[in-house]
Structure formats: C-alpha cells, structure tokens
Design a protein around this ligand. Structure first.
Ligand SMILES: Nc1nc2c(ncn2[C@@H]2O[C@H](COP(=O)(O)OP(=O)(O)O)[C@@H](O)[C@H]2O)c(=O)[nH]1
Ligand SMILES: [Mg+2]
Length: 315
C-alpha cells in the first residue's frame, strides 16, 4: 500500500463511518499491516468503537465452525444485530471455502453481512493480532456483533478470550477428543460447548464425557458452561445455541465478568501493537549498534559484541 497522507486517512475514516464496504475493506487491510499510519486511522475511529458484542467460534479444523457461522448469521440478524464476520482460518478461508464461497453472492441470509478472512500473521494459537483493530473498523462502520472464527490448537487457544466476549468451542463426536481437550487445557476456556456433527455416532456420549470432565475440573461458581448438540449442516440445534449465546452475554453484563474480560482484551490489543513496534525497533537498533564492520570483527573474534549489548540494555 502506498504512503497515505492525513487527508487520505480522513477520507478513509469517513468512508468507514458511513459504512462503505470498499472503505471498510481498505481500512482492514491497513490495520492488519504494520504501517505506522494505521495508528492514525485507529485514532480517528476510536470514538466510534468499543460497542460491539464479540462472539468467538473456535475449534479444530473441520469441526464445522464455518458451517455453524453460516447458520448463526441469519438467526443473529433476526435478533436485530448487524453482523460482521472475521475468519482467521488459514485451512479454509471463509470466502473461498467450498461451503460458503459460492453461496455468498446470492444468499439472502448473508445480506448486509460483512465477511472478511484475516491473515494469520503474528498468529498465536490461531489468533491474529489483526483481529482487535479489524473489530474496531467494523464497530466504527456500525456493526454491533462481530463473529470471530479462529482455528484453535492446543493450549494457545486460551487467547481467544482476549478477543471475544463469548467463546463457543466446537467439538466433534470422535472418541478421544475430550481427553485431548483436557490435556491441552482448553476445557476451561469455553463459555459454551458445541458438539457439532451430532448426526454422527457418539454425540450424546461425547456430551456426557464433556460434562464429567468439566465437573472434574471443579465447579466454578457462576456461569455453568452449557453443552449443546448441533448439526450445522442442516441447522438443527442452532436455535438453542443462539439462546445460550444471548444468555451468556446477559450473564456477563450482570455479573461484571464483561468488564473484567474487556480489560484483558484491551491490554492484549495494546500489548500486540507495542510488540509490533518493538519488533521493528529491534531491527534498527541492531543496525545502529552493530555495523557491518563490527559484525565482521565479531566474526573474526577480534571484537566481543556483548559488552556493547549490555551497555545498551542498561541505558
Ligand atoms: N455430517 C456433518 N458434517 C458437517 C456438519 N457441520 C459441518 N459439516 C461438514 O464438515 C466439514 C467442515 O466444515 P467447516 O464448517 O468448513 O469446518 P471448519 O474448518 O471448522 O470451519 C464440511 O464438509 C461440512 O459440510 C454436521 O453437522 N454434520
Ligand atoms: Mg472454517
């Protein structure tokens, strides 16, 4: 992307605020990049952000997250939400995937819905650092529910809470899944569990195992995560899932859990930006401290690099 001046940033921000799809797309590309000018855009958008409900859907590749998302969209729209979707799924990009790619163009269910696949750059456990600023762009554009699809992998899935107010974990009724999930420590992370592909054998058993595993993990006071069976492929069970999502949202707002989680989200968002900036600085600092000649000398063994490093660290 070419350098952008302040005027262009103003125009872009205006475009986003008026909900122009093309501006939204450009703005997301910008905030996903490491271009420092993205902070300028975020500065302008900030007063219009912070209000959307962020719904995370996570789970292994193939669990049915995209199919569930597709089923959730019309139901959430019917509840009055303006829905935006961010898919961080390198294995099956939402817009190019077999399930949704062809439907998107002529599907009423998706009308007015903004759908975007994000790169998994700087991805930690399937979570892209681009998510929080992309959420802000959508909020500024008037979307009040952002659905975030992320591929979970092991322990690092924990991070989904850093971007979502409500986390739905999609599992499939294959034996061993629960044990795997327990080992990976992801059992505690979800607010709502979904056993998808309930048309297959073992779904009820899976729910039972999961319930036992959750109770073994100790009863937490407060929210007791529901476990729901779905067949995303035909929409069965999805109405119930929507009810649980609404219940959890209300529970969080009433219990104060909402505020706690949002403070964590905010901290993670800012930390990611600082991390990016520091990473870039590391490059120039290294160049400044160690010239090509110095590196040559270090390689020859005629110069020790560490005192210089120590001096810099202490400064
Ligand atoms: N049998 C069955 N297949 C499903 C169900 N939900 C999704 N699938 C299929 O599972 C595959 C993976 O689904 P997808 O939504 O792309 O999973 P994702 O990788 O988690 O996003 C697709 O072929 C879906 O058609 C279900 O409820 N039952
Ligand atoms: Mg997917």
């Amino acid at each position: 992307m070419p350098a952008i001046d302040n005027q262009a940033i103003d125009a872009l921000a205006q475009g986003v605020l008026s909900g122009e799809v093309r501006s939204i797309a450009r703005a997301i590309t910008l905030v996903e990049s490491r271009d420092p000018v993205r902070i300028e855009l975020l500065t302008r958008l900030f007063p219009h952000t912070g209000r959307a409900f962020k719904l995370g859907i996570t789970g292994a590749p193939g669990a049915g997250k995209s199919t569930l998302t597709y089923q959730l969209i019309p139901r959430l729209k019917a509840k009055g939400y303006r829905v935006g979707v961010l898919a961080v799924d390198p294995t099956s990009p939402f817009s190019g995937g077999a399930i949704l790619g062809d439907r998107i163009r002529f599907d009423d269910a998706l009308e007015g819905v903004y759908i975007r696949s994000l790169a998994s750059r700087g991805s930690i456990g399937g979570l892209s650092r681009g998510v929080p600023p992309a959420v802000r762009v959508l909020e500024a554009a008037g979307y009040d529910l952002v659905l975030i699809e992320t591929v979970g992998a092991g322990q690092l899935q924990v991070d989904v809470r850093f971007v979502a107010d409500t986390v739905v974990l999609a599992l499939v009724p294959e034996a061993g899944d629960v044990i795997q999930a327990m080992k990976a420590g992801i059992i505690e992370i979800a607010d709502i569990y979904v056993v998808n592909k309930a048309d297959r054998e073992g779904a009820t058993r899976m729910r039972l195992d999961l319930r036992n595993a959750l109770e073994l993990g100790g009863k937490s006071k407060g929210w007791n995560p529901p476990i729901t069976l779905t067949e995303a492929i035909n929409g069965k069970g999805v109405d119930e899932l929507v009810e649980f999502i609404e219940e959890h949202k209300q529970y969080q707002q009433q219990s104060g859990g909402w505020r706690t989680r949002r403070l964590q989200q905010l901290e993670w968002e800012l930390q990611s930006l600082i991390h990016d900036a520091l990473e870039q600085q590391a490059h120039s600092v290294t160049r400044r401290l160690f010239s090509a000649e110095t590196l040559e000398a270090v390689l020859q063994g005629t110069e020790n690099p560490f005192p210089k490093l120590q001096e810099w660290m202490g400064s």
